[in-house]
Design a binder for this molecule. Structure first.
Ligand SMILES: Nc1ncnc2c1ncn2[C@@H]1O[C@H](COP(=O)(O)OP(=O)(O)OP(=O)(O)O)[C@@H](O)[C@H]1O
Ligand SMILES: [Mg+2]
Length: 616
């Protein structure tokens, strides 16, 4: 087993964020400068307002007052325009950073081995790559600036208030301090309730997804009312949790509102007393009053943004952890040879938990998930040789390890011990691109992508082929008549309305294989039954695939492999029989001959009624 590549980006969330911010130094500096001016202007404008009142009381001319009023308006206008500029700059900056992070995460997740992907549902991976980054982007694009801007407003107001009248200024600052303290305290009281709400909601969605996924079974078994009842119960739980949480959160805002009301009264009281003694002007009283009014909203916004901040921190932490996951299957540099490829398995053992153990500790917060895995080997001491251009049929009961053998040949997994060599190259040394080009796999469950037939065949242009080649490949696998019936030909989108049967999906996958022209093809036959006509087409197409290639067919139906060169029978992870097919067929005591006699289907399906994989 190759040593896992050292974690490419094993770093903390903070370091990750810093490294993402570094290339944006200049943009951040510009943004900060604009932000400071945008925040400072409205505070300074209040001072003009005070002067306006005092000058008016002092008998200034209408012209002077108009100038003051116009300056006041102009300052607010410019501040508004600058705020707009700040938002535009911030959104662009945040998306640049977010998108870079998304690409990094996506690349890394795609490089991670299949054990990891088996442990994490598609939804989880999407949540990691998109949801977490989204939280970071959202916070970075709007919330972070708002928080910084609002803190700046609070600071500017505090300083300005102290400068123009220190006693009243102290009252303003005390009001802000008390209100902030209460906001934090009451918020932290609400946090556990928000957690409960999220958890209840997660369960509700999980249930819903499961029910929708099993729609056919639920309908068939008449479990509809039960599912609806569960939904009602789940929704009721959510409503209760949401009410609890929002009552507490609203309570927090109500009490800061009260604090501000009291603070405003106190400030006005102090200022009015000073004004009565002739120590401050009426304009100053107005400015102080405006100041207390100005800080309430920013303070509340800071409180609101704290939860966004927590989400963003959690998101960047999880992103850093994902980037720190070591890649188990490090590609080599040796290209596989041209032409049909030989296959060699040397005392190969495969345990599915082999190289995921250590990384899992990094990622899975719940270690019980790891312990629950069965450590028994799926393949044990398998040794096998295939000359280039020969075909091998692999048979055995369900769960015996056939699919596992196929996965090793395509290096979806590395063996826990022993070696797999294709065309003489140990797969651990094989170059990834050449491996994907030279070894093709058709799995038990062919994935038909929701895309055009052309994109399905070329995998979005990964395979270079003109329309002529595509039509030829379709004809080779016997799908030409089916394709001719499609409304838009190669441009038909394969979705719910253009259903393919399981057999047709396999044929489509065969056509993909023909287009890439690999030297080794591994076919993992679908376990579901095909109608006789489709089965004949699959067999004919399989024969077509054999020309000039090495072929490994994992068969669930004996008919599929009635003309292969070699047969091996796998039982419980071991090869229990391995010889030329005609020799085995001629020996009535061989397992293969007995399987043919009883019909493999009977044995396979007898054992496979429980836990059988199904083909969509
Ligand atoms: N991703 C996985 N993680 C853990 N264990 C696995 C995984 N895939 C298969 N196994 C286990 O390895 C053993 C061999 O499975 P495999 O899929 O190779 O059987 P199979 O011969 O292909 O069966 P079938 O005829 O049903 O397709 C089984 O015990 C199975 O439970
Ligand atoms: Mg299988």
């Amino acid at each position: 087993m190759s040593a896992p590549r050292p974690a490419p980006a094993a770093r903390s969330g903070g370091r990750l964020l810093l490294s993402e911010l570094r290339p944006e130094r200049r943009a951040i500096a510009v943004l900060t400068a604009v932000l400071i001016v945008a925040v400072g202007l409205p505070v300074a404008a209040q001072l003009l307002l005070g002067r306006f009142v005092d000058d008016a009381a002092g008998g200034a001319t209408a012209g002077q007052l108009t100038t003051l009023a116009l300056s006041f308006g102009a300052m607010l206008l410019v501040a508004g325009a600058l705020q707009l500029l700040v938002s535009a700059l911030a959104v662009r900056l945040a998306w640049r950073i977010g998108n870079r992070l998304r690409v990094d995460l996506c690349r890394h997740a795609l490089d991670l081995d299949l054990t990891w992907h088996g442990e994490h549902s598609a939804g989880e991976v999407i949540e990691r790559v998109d949801g977490d980054v989204d939280a970071v982007t959202r916070f970075a694009s709007t919330a972070v600036l708002e928080v910084i801007g609002n803190i700046a407003v609070l600071g500017a107001v505090g300083v300005a208030a102290l400068v123009i009248e220190w006693r009243a200024g102290l009252v303003v600052i005390a009001t802000v301090g008390i209100a902030f303290f209460m906001l934090l305290r009451l918020r932290s009281l609400a946090v556990p309730f928000h957690d409960v709400e999220r958890e209840v909601l997660g369960h509700l969605y999980g249930d819903l997804e499961e029910r929708l996924g099993g729609l056919e079974d639920i309908r068939a078994n008449g479990a509809g009312p039960w599912a609806v009842d569960r939904l009602h119960r789940g929704s009721a739980r959510w409503w209760r949790a949401a009410r609890q949480a929002s009552l507490r959160a609203e309570g927090g805002y109500a009490s800061t509102g009260l604090t501000f009301a009291a603070g405003t009264a106190a400030t006005l009281g102090v200022a009015a007393t000073l004004a009565a003694n002739g120590q401050v002007s009426l304009g100053t009283v107005l400015v102080l009053f405006r100041f207390v009014q100005m800080v309430q909203r920013p303070l509340e916004r800071i409180g609101e943004q704290l939860s966004e901040f927590q989400k963003a921190v959690a998101g960047i932490r999880r992103a850093a952890r994902l980037l720190g996951m070591p890649i188990g299957l490090v590609p080599g540099t040796t290209a596989l040879p041209e032409g049909p490829l030989s296959v060699e398995l040397d005392a190969v053992t495969l345990r599915y938990d082999s190289f995921s153990r250590r990384p899992l500790h990094v990622f899975v917060e719940d270690p019980s998930r790891e312990r629950s895995r069965d450590p028994a080997a799926a393949l044990r001491g398998v040794t096998l040789r295939l000359e280039p251009g020969t075909s091998l049929g692999v048979v055995g009961r369900t769960g015996s390890g056939k699919t596992s053998l196929g996965r090793l040949l395509a290096r979806f997994w590395d063996p826990s011990s022993g070696a797999v060599r294709i065309g003489g190259v140990d797969l651990r040394q094989a170059d990834a691109t050449s491996l994907r080009a030279r070894v093709a796999v058709v799995t038990q469950e062919v994935e038909v992508l929701r895309a055009t037939l052309r994109d399905n065949l070329t995998i979005f242009g990964a395979v270079a082929a003109d329309d002529g080649a595509l039509h030829a490949a379709l004809a080779d696998v016997g799908l030409d008549r089916w394709a001719a019936g499609l409304a838009d030909g190669l441009d038909t989108v394969l979705d719910g309305t253009t259903r393919l049967s399981g057999g047709e999906a396999q044929l489509l996958a065969f056509a993909r294989v023909l287009l890439t022209n690999p030297g080794l093809v591994v076919l993992d036959e679908a376990t579901s039954r095909l109608d006789p006509a489709t089965e004949d087409r699959v067999r004919a197409a399989t024969r077509r695939l054999r020309h000039g290639r090495t072929l490994v067919v994992i068969a669930h139906r004996m008919a599929t492999i009635d003309d292969v060169d070699l047969v091996c029978v796998i039982d419980d992870g071991r090869i229990v029989e391995h010889d030329r097919r005609d020799a085995l067929a001629a020996d009535p005591t061989s397992r293969y001959a007995r399987l043919v006699a009883t019909g493999l289907g009977a044995e396979a399906s007898a054992a496979s009624d429980v836990g059988q994989e199904t083909t969509p």
